[in-house]
Design a protein. Sequence first.
Lengths: 427, 427
Amino acid sequence: MVARAGIVVTGTEVLTGRVTDRNGPWLAEQLRVGGVDVGTVLVVGDRPEDLRAALGFLGSLGMDLVITTGGLGPTADDLTAEVVGDVQGRPSAVDPELERQIGAIVERLMTRRGWRADPEATAAGTRKQAMVPAGATVLPPVGTAPGLVVPPVDGRDGPVVVVLPGPPPELQGMWPAALADPAVRAALAGRSELRQETVRLWGTLESQLAATLRDHDAELTGLEITTCLRDGELEIVTRYGPDGQPAYDRLVGVLREEHGEQLFSTGPTVDDLVAGALAERGLTVATGESCTSGLLVARLTERAGSSAWVLGGIASYANSAKEALVGVPAGMLAEHGAVSTQVAAALAEGARARFGADVGVGITGVAGPGGGSPSKPVGTVHLCAVGPEGRQARSVVLPGSRSAVRQRSVTLAMQMLRQLLLGGPPA
Amino acid sequence: MVARAGIVVTGTEVLTGRVTDRNGPWLAEQLRVGGVDVGTVLVVGDRPEDLRAALGFLGSLGMDLVITTGGLGPTADDLTAEVVGDVQGRPSAVDPELERQIGAIVERLMTRRGWRADPEATAAGTRKQAMVPAGATVLPPVGTAPGLVVPPVDGRDGPVVVVLPGPPPELQGMWPAALADPAVRAALAGRSELRQETVRLWGTLESQLAATLRDHDAELTGLEITTCLRDGELEIVTRYGPDGQPAYDRLVGVLREEHGEQLFSTGPTVDDLVAGALAERGLTVATGESCTSGLLVARLTERAGSSAWVLGGIASYANSAKEALVGVPAGMLAEHGAVSTQVAAALAEGARARFGADVGVGITGVAGPGGGSPSKPVGTVHLCAVGPEGRQARSVVLPGSRSAVRQRSVTLAMQMLRQLLLGGPPA
């Protein structure tokens, strides 16, 4: 028996996309690892009736646990604690000790930034943030907002509701305390492990994979398989209980037999593979980027410790910068244009030489929406990766928006680095 | 009377955060501009019962329109069309003309990429994607998947359901056809305009703003105000009907009176302001980045046409690159360390000189999680922006993860550029 949880993300800023929700996915993953099944995440605006309906819906699905994020701030649109208290049959009141604690935090924050705090304003906001439903457990603030664990009032059925703040660092910092709460532990008791594994293909479409999965359907019972094509990479994610291991091993066997030429990973991402290969072989890398303008070197340095293998990159957006800073010959730019296989190679070699790196990557293209021509339409991108043992070059016309073209170019460059360093499916 | 819509985003990959949903926010914004209120977005995994429950929930809220995204592909986990047909009382069958159309598209895609297509596999996937609920309208494919408009079967109450594909370019390409459908138009008839405006502050916390809003509560009736602190910027978003204009004007007046020193925009983002100032004054910019390693120059070039003012940037992750490529003196690095106000200034000046730009920005810091020391803890970041009329310098200790420190450093740099070019609240 798997325990079940639902998540309610609150905030008009999330609903309308001004802020991308990172809490729903993070919580879903934490819960999955802990053996808790999450099938539904609701995003609602800052309106009490919408939050109330969302809580009612998850209750009607028979969830063991519901987690809310956001709506714990000092402004009037922050209403989560009160609504949750209401739904669980527990009216709220100010907790004076909590009030003092929050007041001290706000004052310290404002002072540290050198901002002026109005004591009356601070007091009113603090009072609001210190409202606690009767009988709820307070989770100590990581930022300014406390969290709450609110079980249904005695005699009432329904999920335990955990109320967490919206800023991801605060939410993540508070998570261990939430999991350790006795009411939460009781709600999740008796859960069994839920495994998740990922196989990654490069070089095929979902329809081809679908046929393989259909042909072997009978051998793959008990697996929940989902596939997703992203930036040209086909991700196959499988979830299964402890009994599903033999079926999962069979799935990996089937994929190796039928899609061996496209299978590049049974776990790690392309970023993991590239970082691992550079670190293990003691190689360094540098980039010369035009249309992606720093996105590749930013991605290569997302990882902690990447300074051991990333020397840097030059975003040479202007032609003058391609010449002066990366050493692309002026004659080459004049003859072939900035968007050409020749310039991609010169950017890769120039970056390699200027930074003194073992591996160089060059990217040049037309990200759009303007700047296209009949011979070089929007989406035309030339890439080159040069390493100690050879080189990779690709020329493509990528579909989609400016942002999509830039993003897919960076992923293609990562696949080229993967093949240059490790072999496997051609990028 | 405002028409109401709900959105259901399907896909285990979205639920678990492997893919960030861009469709929910995009659709919510399109609908808002069209005067349709969206209060709830549900994200569900690829399980028929979860999708069915989500559709039932939105129906129970009395929505006029429900939009689903995703689950239209050829694999077995793509089940949206069938479940929606079921819920609306319309059993599905293969549409032979649509089947031919999709088959041709898949073949063309595989050929263009030079990938091998198995004709049998293609046929099976195509048959699945060509299943249409009886009496539904087909929206022609933009990628391989068609969309659907599925009203409830005659005699049944409930929202019209519009079924759209998951890939954002396909969904966005199909949206005009969905809006033009007669059943969709009928569902949204009689809608009234819903305005949305944004005021942006830099240099205060939500608690201070909350007090202002409380003090003036009586003058601000009819406004739906939400506030959000992001990377240090406080965003105040207000939604209101046509009658709310005087109250909104009053709100802007109140904010100017009470928070004039922090208010830097009544609309445009900091990115808009910086791009506009550079373009209007004919100035160029270049960056020298260490801990943010290309993120700032990537952000500056997100905008179409930015090649007119962005010359490029050097991500000088290694000290050797700071010396050789940006001209930071070796003695300065030895004396003050790479993370110092001196090196931030040298990066800004070096980038400016090497690219021949009017404005240079330098960033150096400890993004963490390793590399901190008692005198330079993780989160220590020094920034400098140098322009024709002067300079801005800031030194901060930012909280949060490696990614948060890098992100906030970039936003702080944008605010410094804004102040350098336009004045207003200090960054």
